[in-house]
Design a protein around this ligand. Structure first.
Ligand code: DPP
Ligand code: ZN
Length: 875
């Protein structure tokens, strides 16, 4: 495939001022007419042809004004429409007619059908599957959309903007007209038509605009959108309070769709969602699902300003809207729930998803400079690392100047298609700061290592800091970056000491050290006692921290660091290091004892009343097998990792049994169901304790009792997962799985969970189980959530089975990818990233993974999406 390069960017020769669309939806085919109001841009070649993007299109007519055109005035292929001899100056109109088969569109890009519903997905390049267009984000136009359909099949007709007209057409057909006054790029276009239920509400903005809110769902399910509606209203209020951003249309619609490649899509005034991020109730959704809905609802709503009002000049700038909007949704969740719990969850996610990406063959800078398939750049690096970069800007500038920079960005670029440079310039100006070195974070790929050393003598503490960025797959440079290191010096009693740094060394601003050179030293003088050094508080920079700190200091920080995030980090780093060392030892046929002081620290945190329960649940959770493999880094033996983790769990379970039982039985731990953060935390703690308690007793009785007693999905799924993962061979487990299936057979989102929990059972035989699951009558390869539940469950949620010693996991996943690729290349490519860490495994597994990847690469019929991932993974 062709490589697209940032340096080749140039504006289009033509502007599109306005788009008038007519959709005639039919059960077999859909006819579309697009009338574009165009104009040559000043200073361009007056004879240049208009070259429009298409993808798999069937053209049925072209007009210039009212004149029907024939070749050679135009020529058309499914992928391109070229028009010649167009007016040299002034506005003119081109009308293009196309015919589509939405029901046959299994890629779920462009216009497709999901269940009985017509819906669209246009980001990044789906609009060109509807009509020929200048399908790129820097072409902004107003849109007017007329939709016609059978009233019975589609009583609801929606598009972007405000409703303008509607009426009957006779013959059982009707129409609606929508008008979007805000110029937008084509990727934000949306249309939905179908028989849908609706939940409505209203919101009055800070300046008094009355906004009609509506969430559309499959019939019978609108009551399950209540929490999403609540999250939407809270998001709207928060963006006003925190960033001064108000909603700008009279109506805001959300539609929940069951076949969806992404989580959701921020189309102007008409967000389309994977129904997973809308539909909830306590009986069918877990607390994690509630948090996910809140986050995604907020994320898409926040895009209205960071993405829609200000969009991206080109797709290389994707982080401009995504990194920033993830930062905004993280801040929202932190404000709505517990900031420390949220930050821990975000950092955990960053390390689990972004670090492996940044440390393997799919590595790329946050602002890439080339791509073959843009769909493959909706990555953890662009999103999560992109959010970390915005967070660092906020850390460097401080809250006030950061807000001033955001205000300037909104004021200056409203209505623009902007770049990362535009964004950074606003903070340079508002903050009175030079961010040219900071900008390297956007350009240099890879996770920097931050090495910290400490020395204490005669009341003087010397901190040595050093940064190192290894040249990685992307080869994008290794210049020293600006790393903000938040820190504290903690007294024996657990208080933050105030210590003035001596002159010289790195710059310090309050509790932030600004490391801008390859290395630096900072000296603190006049300290009465040797302090405990707490560095990288709040994970103030996305780096790998190497700090050879005394074990007793770390244990003390785990108990008394005033910064809750740092307590969690101190403890999980100790546990992680043990698991890493134990895995390496096991692979060599040895064993490594789990230091009793670390084990006791975990046990103590379980009943530490100073910590909120959610935080205690995070403290006692053992790192997962994939996380341990990442810590091992090379020559990984996944069986050794599994055994080392099991051994650690057993040690913890035996030693902590009495404490865990006490905490588990505490009356405060129970109570009737409520989705608030405190109740969520209590459930998280109780469910986290189920695992060590079941291991200690060696019996599934506790999990069965929890399963039977559960009055909500969080508790039910936690118990069932434990049974399926640890007591799989028992007849009672099979009965529980069957009972669960029968109860929820008609509930797609719950059945996804049922599939996932079986595909993720940490046993080698999960490969055969997954093969049986795809033969199940309810398995549908064409439904992305279902495909992800089973194939993704095994490939990304089951390290042991995917990396099975005989290569069966790799081969099975590769076979599924081939089948899925024929239907849905985007989802197949996403799942293929499961292979990204293949080089970190021991040589035999490496060669088996390579064989599977090569067999994929050798197929002549791979999509560009999947071929791109496979080839980069092998490179
Ligand atoms: N819909 C995806 C998101 O919100 C892509 N824009 O991140
Ligand atoms: Zn987004």
């Amino acid at each position: 495939g062709q490589v697209i390069r940032l340096e080749d960017y140039r504006p289009t020769d033509f502007a599109v001022h306005h788009v008038d669309l007519v959709f005639r939806l039919g059960s077999e085919t859909t006819e579309i007419e697009a009338r574009l109001t165009l104009e040559r841009r000043a200073g361009t070649d007056p004879a240049a042809p208009l070259v429009l993007d298409g993808d798999d299109l069937t053209l049925t007519g072209v007009w210039l004004g009212d004149e029907a055109l024939a070749p050679p005035r135009f020529d058309a292929t499914p992928d391109r429409l070229t028009l010649r001899e167009l007016p040299a100056a002034g506005r003119f109109q081109v009308t293009i007619a196309t015919r589509l088969d939405p029901a046959g569109n299994t890629q779920l890009m462009g216009l497709y059908r999901s269940g009985g519903v017509w819906c669209t997905q246009c980001e990044a390049e789906g609009f060109r599957r509807i009509t020929y267009f200048l399908d790129r984000p820097d072409v902004l136009a107003t849109y007017r959309v007329r939709v016609e359909a059978d009233r019975a099949a589609a009583p609801v007709l929606l598009s972007n903007g405000n409703p303008q007209d509607a009426g009957d057409l006779g013959g059982g057909r009707h129409f609606a007209v929508w008008d979007d006054p805000h110029p937008k790029p084509s990727y934000l276009f949306a249309l939905v038509a179908g028989d849908l239920d609706v939940l409505t509400d209203r919101f009055v903005t800070a300046s008094g605009r009355d906004v009609a809110l509506a969430i559309y769902t499959e019939t019978g399910l609108s009551a399950r959108a209540a929490y999403a509606m609540d999250a939407l209203k809270r998001s709207m209020r928060w963006d006003e309070a925190r960033f001064g951003r108000e909603y700008d249309l009279d109506i805001f619609n959300i539609v929940a769709i069951s076949d969806f490649n992404m989580g959701a899509m921020e189309n102007k005034g008409l967000n389309v969602f994977n129904h997973k991020y809308v539909l909830l109730d306590p009986d069918t959704a877990t607390d994690g699902d509630y948090a996910g809905v809140e986050t995604v609802i907020a994320h898409e709503y926040f895009h209205n300003w960071t993405g829609n009002r200000i969009t991206c000049r080109d797709w290389f700038q994707l982080c401009l809207k995504e990194g920033l909007t993830v930062y905004r949704d993280q801040e929202f969740s932190a404000d709505e729930r517990s900031a420390a719990v949220k930050r821990i969850a975000s950092v955990h996610g960053l390390k689990a998803q972004q670090f492996p990406e940044d440390q393997g063959p799919l590595q790329h800078p946050v602002r890439p400079t080339r791509y073959r398939e843009i769909n493959n750049f909706y990555t953890a690096t662009v999103y999560e690392k992109g959010a970390e970069l915005v967070r660092m800007i906020a850390t460097i500038l401080g809250a006030e100047r950061f807000r001033a920079g955001m205000d300037l960005y909104f004021a200056r670029h409203d209505g623009d298609a902007a770049t990362m440079e535009d964004f950074l310039a606003c903070f340079e100006e508002a903050g009175g700061i030079d961010l040219s070195q900071f900008a390297l974070w956007y350009h240099q790929a890879g996770t920097p290592t931050l090495t910290v050393r400490e020395r204490f003598e005669d009341g003087r503490l010397t901190l040595g800091l050093e940064q190192d960025l290894q040249r990685g797959a992307a080869g994008t440079g290794t210049q020293p970056m600006h790393i903000p290191v938040r820190f504290g010096l903690v007294s024996e009693g657990g208080a933050d000491l105030v210590a003035e740094p001596a002159a010289g060394g790195a710059e310090i601003d309050g509790d932030v050290i600004h490391l801008t050179t390859p290395s630096a030293e900072i000296v603190f003088e006049g300290l009465a006692e040797r302090p405990l050094v707490s560095v990288l508080r709040g994970f103030s920079a996305p780096v790998t921290l190497r700090f050879e700190q005394r074990q007793e200091d770390r244990l003390r920080l785990a108990r008394l660091d005033p910064d809750a995030f740092s307590r969690w980090r101190a403890l999980t780093d100790l546990v992680g290091e043990h698991l890493r060392n134990a895995s390496i030892a096991r692979a060599a046929g040895e064993s490594a004892a789990f230091d009793a002081r670390i084990v006791d620290a975990i046990i103590a945190s379980a009943e530490d009343e100073r910590l909120e329960p959610a935080l205690r649940a995070q403290m006692i959770a053992m790192p997962g097998e994939a996380e341990i493999a990442r810590l091992v880094g090379q020559n990984v033996d996944p069986e050794a990792v599994h055994e080392a983790r099991e051994a650690a769990l057993t040690t913890l379970a035996r030693r902590g049994e009495a404490t865990f039982a006490r905490v588990h039985e505490a009356p405060a731990a129970t109570g009737p169901f409520s989705p608030d953060a405190a109740a969520v935390g209590r459930r998280a703690l109780r469910n986290a304790l189920l695992l060590p308690l079941s291991i200690a007793s060696g019996s599934p009785d506790l999990a069965h009792a929890a399963f039977a007693a559960s009055d909500n999905m969080t508790d039910r799924l936690a118990a069932l997962t434990l049974l399926a993962h640890r007591f799989a061979t028992e007849a009672r487990t099979r009965s529980a799985l069957d009972a669960f299936f029968e109860r929820y057979e008609r509930d797609a989102l719950v059945i996804d969970k049922w599939f996932t929990l079986q595909a993720t059972a940490p046993v080698p035989e999960a490969v055969e189980a997954a093969e049986r699951l795809i033969g199940h009558p309810l398995f549908q390869l064409a439904n992305p959530n279902r495909a992800r539940a089973v194939i993704g469950g095994l490939a990304t949620g089951n390290q042991r089975a995917f990396n099975r010693a005989d290569g069966a996991g790799y081969r099975w996943v590769a076979d599924q990818l081939v089948a899925l690729d024929r239907l849905n290349p985007q989802t197949a490519a996403r799942l293929a990233t499961a292979f990204r860490s293949w080089r970190s495994f021991e040589p035999r597994r490496q060669s088996l993974a390579m064989e599977a990847l090569r067999s994929l690469a050798a197929r002549p019929d791979l999509s560009r999406d999947l071929a791109d991932i496979v080839e980069r993974t092998l490179a």
